[in-house]
Each structure stands twice: as structure tokens, then as C-alpha cells.
Design a protein around this ligand. Structure first.
Ligand code: PLP
Length: 409
């Protein structure tokens, strides 16, 4: 199956969820920042796995177990190659971005001491704030925050000033889920490394939109969720440099993560299984492998151009609306258009759009500190994937105008 050269209509036809009506209207799905829809090939892979291939992995001598183990490990290898990691051992399967960040906060965090500093930014998702706060409570570390400008870009001068030899980790989002800002992560990483700090990239929003090469980025950790990249929920990835992962203690104890267990003490398995205690989400990993194969069949450069076109098109029209304020106007941004409208609550707008078949997200988008920065309760967020179209944006604009009339603009 290949949909290259990129054709939106050809891509759309592969996603059954896009072909349905909601409240009697053709569904327009603009909530891709929250989760992406799934192509038929991923659904088929999951159904086939559970129907015919289901078995527990790594410990079975029987045929099905060996088949499942091979497929699970093949998915790991595929993901390794897709993000440019050096070896499959550097790919740890987790429940998702949140789980991956918590793993690092616990395990890498075990080595930190009181007074060590962790640097995040003002545009982080709660998943990349709260685990560090928990670590700070546990270890007496100090959380520092890189401020942003009103346009939604990092304040790079402030970043330079915040970096110092106490900085042990920079944990930062690659793309903001609320603003769409693409952060200049390569520059941040090389500067952080000059001070000996490690860098974790929250890739929850970048994996769907950018080609990722962790070696080229030189990040120490990269995290993402399967469900945001056309794969299943409940599966995600932590990439970590092998030597670093090797030096970290296990996160959870249980089956598969051990080498030898006695009542006196246990020794641990090698990477990656040291960090995969218990029966993993086998179907999820295989489904994610299938999603990655699907992505590899897409001309990602053309898809990114198309997404950029959708974003600038939508933003250009919304910008002309009286009383509408765009939140997030970074020069380098992708696929997210967040806005507020004078005198109207985002929730009311979202509800009226929903009744017209349009799925957007409203609220704080798990970035409450960012909402505090803008002094707003939340935004309406339309987030696009490569299967969205300009025609959908036109319908959305008309529906938004109707909603504004209803709400008394
Ligand atoms: N980080 C960012 C930037 C996100 O957008 C999200 C989800 O929206 C997360 C982290 C958390 O991802 P998950 O809920 O899949 O763990």
C-alpha cells in the first residue's frame, strides 16, 4: 500500500472514522492534537493479532508465543529505524508519553541530589511538569521555567541565563500542543550539553508532523505516544541513549525485567527489558509498528507542506475576525490554531461546533500555567492532520460564524 505521491483524498479513504456523520453532518475531525484517527491497516493488524496471533511473549516455547515475540521485537526495530536510534535496545515500550516521562523522572531522577536543577518551559503539557514536581519533592531538586513571549516563542535570552552547571536536565516539548510552536530544539540541546545537562524531548506532538532523527538531534531522551501517530492507545515509546539507560535503575519491578530473583536480592535484565516489567501491550506495540509502516508509505515532506498550508489558511481567515485573538503566533509553528473570542467561552463555541459535526478541543489543553500566562481560562483549538482539507476549514469557518451569531456577536 502506498499513497505517494501525496494525495489528501487517497489518504482520507484509508481512515474509516473520517467517513461518518455526526448529528447528521459529515464529521470534520480537528482534534488531532488530542489523538489521531486510525487507518484501516492498523485496525486490521490489531484484529488479526487478537484473532490469530495472541500469545504472551518472551517466555513461551510454543509457536504462537514465538510468533508474537518476533512481531513485538520487529515493531521495536522498526521504531528504532524510524526515529534514527542506534539500536533496538534504546527503544523502551511504555504506555505513552506521560508514562515515558514518569519513567525518566523516577529512574534518572534517582541519581539527582538536592539543589540539582531541572529546566522546563512555560509551554509544557502537565505531563512534562508534574513528574518533575514530584521528583523535586522527593529529592529536593529545583524546577526552573524558561519564559515565553506573547507570540508563544521561547525567550532564548532567558534560557541562556537559566542554564548553569547545576542544570542536570532540560525537559522540553518539541512542539507545543496548545500553541503549535516548534521549538528550536537542536540549538537548545547543544547549549544544554555544554553544561553537561541531559535533554528530554517531549515528542508527543512532533512525531506526527516531523521526521525525527534522534541521533541528529542528539537528544538524550525522546518520548511519544502511539495514539497521536495513527497507532493504538496505551502504547508509547521512550527512546534513551543506551549508556544513559544502562546507568539508570529499573522503574518498576516484576516479570521480564529480571535476570535472577532470590528472596535475598534480584538482578536485572539488560536493556530494553529492564524497563518493561510485566506483560506489555503486545498488540499495541505491533499496532504501532503497523502505524509506522503506514507513515513510511506517506510522502511526509508533502504531508508537512499540506499541514502547513492548512494552518496558514485557517489562521489567515481567523485573523480577520473581529474580537478573535489567536493564541500562539510563533514564526515556526505547525498544525494547531488556538483562539479565543471576546465575550464567548471556548466551551460554548466548542459545543456549538460539535452540533455542526466539527470536533475541536476546548479548555486548557493540560497547559494550565500557559493559560495563566495569557490570563485566559482556555482556548478553542483546531489541530490538523494531513488528512484534513481546506474545504473542511471553509465549513468550519462558516460553522464558527454561525456559532458566534448564536452566542450574540
Ligand atoms: N505532551 C504533550 C505535548 C501532549 O500534547 C500530550 C498529550 O496531549 C502529552 C504530553 C501526554 O500524552 P499522553 O496523554 O498520550 O501520555
Amino acid at each position: 500500500m502506498s499513497v505517494s505521491p501525496f494525495s489528501v483524498q487517497a489518504v482520507r479513504s484509508l481512515f474509516p472514522a473520517l467517513n461518518q456523520t455526526v448529528f447528521g453532518k459529515q464529521l470534520i475531525y480537528f482534534d488531532n492534537g488530542a489523538t489521531s484517527q486510525k487507518p484501516q491497516v492498523v485496525l486490521d493488524t490489531l484484529a488479526k493479532y487478537y484473532a490469530l496471533e495472541n500469545a504472551n511473549i518472551h517466555r513461551g516455547v510454543h509457536y504462537l508465543s514465538q510468533q508474537a515475540t518476533t512481531a513485538y521485537e520487529a515493531a521495536r526495530k522498526q521504531i528504532q529505524q524510524y526515529i534514527g536510534a542506534g539500536a533496538p535496545e534504546e527503544i523502551i515500550f511504555t504506555k505513552g508519553t506521560t508514562d515515558s516521562i514518569n519513567l525518566v523522572a523516577f529512574s534518572f531522577g534517582e541519581r539527582l541530589n538536592a539543589g540539582d536543577e531541572i529546566l522546563i518551559s512555560a509551554m509544557e503539557h502537565h505531563s512534562n511538569i508534574v513528574p518533575w514536581q514530584l521528583l523535586c519533592e522527593r529529592k529536593g531538586c529545583v524546577l526552573k521555567v524558561i519564559p515565553i513571549t506573547k507570540k508563544g516563542e521561547l525567550d532564548l535570552e532567558a534560557f541562556d541565563k537559566l542554564l548553569n552547571e547545576r542544570t542536570k536536565l532540560l525537559a522540553i516539548t518539541h512542539i507545543s500542543n496548545t500553541l503549535g510552536t516548534i521549538n528550536p530544539v537542536k540549538e537548545l540541546i547543544s547549549k544544554a550539553h555544554l553544561f553537561g545537562a541531559k535533554v528530554l524531548l517531549d515528542g508527543a506532538q512532533s512525531i506526527q508532523h516531523l521526521s525525527i532523527d534522534v541521533k541528529d538531534l542528539d537528544c538524550d531522551f525522546y518520548t511519544f505516544s502511539g495514539h497521536k501517530v495513527f497507532g493504538p492507545t496505551g502504547i508509547g515509546v521512550l527512546y534513551g541513549k543506551a549508556a544513559l539507560l544502562d546507568s539508570m535503575p529499573p522503574y518498576q519491578g516484576g516479570g521480564d525485567m529480571i535476570a535472577k530473583v532470590t528472596f535475598e536480592r534480584s538482578t536485572y535484565n539488560t536493556l530494553p527489558l529492564k524497563f518493561e516489567a510485566g506483560t506489555p501491550h503486545i498488540a499495541g506495540a505491533i499496532g504501532l509498528g503497523s502505524a509506522i509502516s503506514f507513515l513510511q508509505s506517506i510522502d511526509m515532506e508533502a504531508a508537512a507542506k499540506h499541514e502547513h498550508d492548512l494552518t496558514t489558511y485557517a489562521q489567515g481567515i481567523l485573523d480577520t475576525f473581529e474580537g478573535l485573538q489567536l493564541i500562539g503566533e510563533a514564526k515556526n509553528k505547525t498544525s494547531v490554531v488556538s483562539f479565543i473570542i471576546d465575550g464567548m467561552h471556548p466551551f460554548d463555541i466548542g459545543t456549538l461546533l460539535d452540533k455542526q459535526g466539527i470536533a475541536v478541543r476546548t479548555g486548557h489543553h493540560c497547559t494550565q500555567p500557559l493559560m495563566d500566562f495569557y490570563q485566559i481560562p482556555g482556548t478553542v483549538r483546531a489541530s490538523f492532520a494531513f488528512y484534513n482539507t481546506r474545504e473542511e476549514i471553509d465549513t468550519f469557518i462558516t460553522a464558527l460564524q454561525r456559532s458566534m451569531q448564536i452566542l450574540g456577536a
